[in-house]
Design a protein around this ligand. Structure first.
Ligand code: SF4
Length: 366
């Protein structure tokens, strides 16, 4: 019996509470508001077309990352746990698909976030096929590498998945090993090598600019670690997407402060310069500890113009069908009451005044 067949049989025979995937999924609070499952408004008006789904299981995610709201050992029932600090209401998959089909012309990007579960692969495929039967909006899967192999990635591709996201989060092997492991439970944790095997296979199967790696700023990495990874990914035509670490209460890293706004804005700017302007590591200067201390003065005009334009500070996410912003995850990196860490729309003139002050741009060149 093949592993795939064994998994299918297990999936069919499994005990279910009745509110698990694939019949049920969680959706981000912003998606629930946009689709009318919840009442509410965004603090500022903007078009919202990225719908984020999250698989749901009674026993939750089997991984135990130190910063994650869904971590297995974080106190509380899985049903009540937040993820990237936002609530994820539970809805029937078929109701969700019908609502998305009804407003398809307003949607820009759909995404299924897997969790580490033996059922996650088959359920993601099933939900993909239900969506693709009725909705034409491009679909991403933010994958759980421990549940995948090359053959399974190929099945996602054959099912019509457009892009693959890999939540690397920690940008060095040392950090990854120390944070993405279930130390309190004495478990083995996630494998850096496995994550990169999935990145490599996804890049081969899905092609250039169809794979992305989520990277978190504020887990303990240096600026130089981030720049090295951005260059490495962009060279391979893989998108680096930036997230700002935002401590989840009661998680193992719940008391670790988020990065300062100046560091965050500078990393946003630097990432944009690497991705869109071809900057390399030696265009920047770093301290011995790897903190960014400057950008070559020869680039000053371009850097100031980039900062003034504002695109560098928008949310990184999979694009819509025509390259427009697709997945914008409002409130993924900040609370609704806080200033935007990334903007799900083009920053306004007054936003840009604040951003320039936060960047301390005059002190950026050497
Ligand atoms: S950027 Fe959005 S759509 Fe793309 S993989 Fe990440 S969560 Fe999914």
């Amino acid at each position: 019996m093949t592993t795939g067949t064994a998994m299918t049989l297990r999936s069919r025979n499994r005990r279910s509470s009745g509110q698990e995937s694939p019949e049920w999924v969680r959706i981000s609070a912003a998606s629930a508001i946009a689709l009318g499952f919840r009442s509410g408004r965004f603090g500022r008006d903007f078009d919202f077309g990225g719908i984020n789904l999250l698989l749901n299981y009674e026993d939750g995610c089997r991984s135990d990352c130190g910063y994650c709201g869904l971590a297995r050992t974080r106190p509380g029932d899985y049903e009540d746990k937040s993820f990237i600090r936002v609530e994820w209401p539970l809805v029937r998959t078929d109701d969700l698909v019908d609502r998305m089909a009804a407003v398809e012309d307003r949607l820009t990007r759909l995404c299924i976030s897997m969790v580490t579960s033996p059922y996650a692969f088959e359920d993601s495929l099933e939900i993909t096929s239900r969506i693709n039967a009725k909705v034409r909006t491009p679909l991403s899967i933010l994958v759980a590498p421990p549940t995948l192999n090359r053959r399974r990635l190929g099945r996602f591709y054959d099912a019509g998945v457009d892009m693959i996201g890999i939540g690397l989060d920690a940008v060095t092997e040392r950090l990854f090993r120390s944070i993405r492991t279930d130390v309190p439970a004495g478990g083995a944790g996630l494998s850096w090598k496995k994550y990169w095997n999935v990145v490599d296979d996804a890049r081969e199967i899905f092609g250039p600019w169809k794979v992305n790696c989520h990277t978190l700023v504020g887990l303990g990495e240096s600026d130089q670690d981030l720049v090295d990874l951005f260059v490495r990914l962009v060279d391979r035509q893989i998108f680096p997407y930036l997230f700002c670490f935002n401590p989840e209460p009661d998680s193992r890293m719940g008391l670790v402060p988020k990065s300062t706004i100046t560091r965050w804005r500078r990393i946003q700017l630097v990432k944009h310069l690497v991705e869109k302007e071809g900057f390399r590591g030696d265009d920047f200067r770093f301290s011995e500890e790897g903190s960014l201390t400057g950008v070559r003065a020869v680039h000053a005009d371009l850097v100031v113009e980039t900062a003034n334009q504002g695109l560098a500070f928008m949310t990184n996410g999979c694009p819509g069908e025509n390259g427009e912003p697709g997945c914008t995850r409002p409130y993924g990196s900040y609370r609704p009451t806080e200033q935007f860490r990334d903007f799900p729309f083009e920053p306004t003139t007054s936003d840009l005044v604040n951003i320039r002050a936060e960047l301390e741009v005059d002190r950026l060149f050497f």
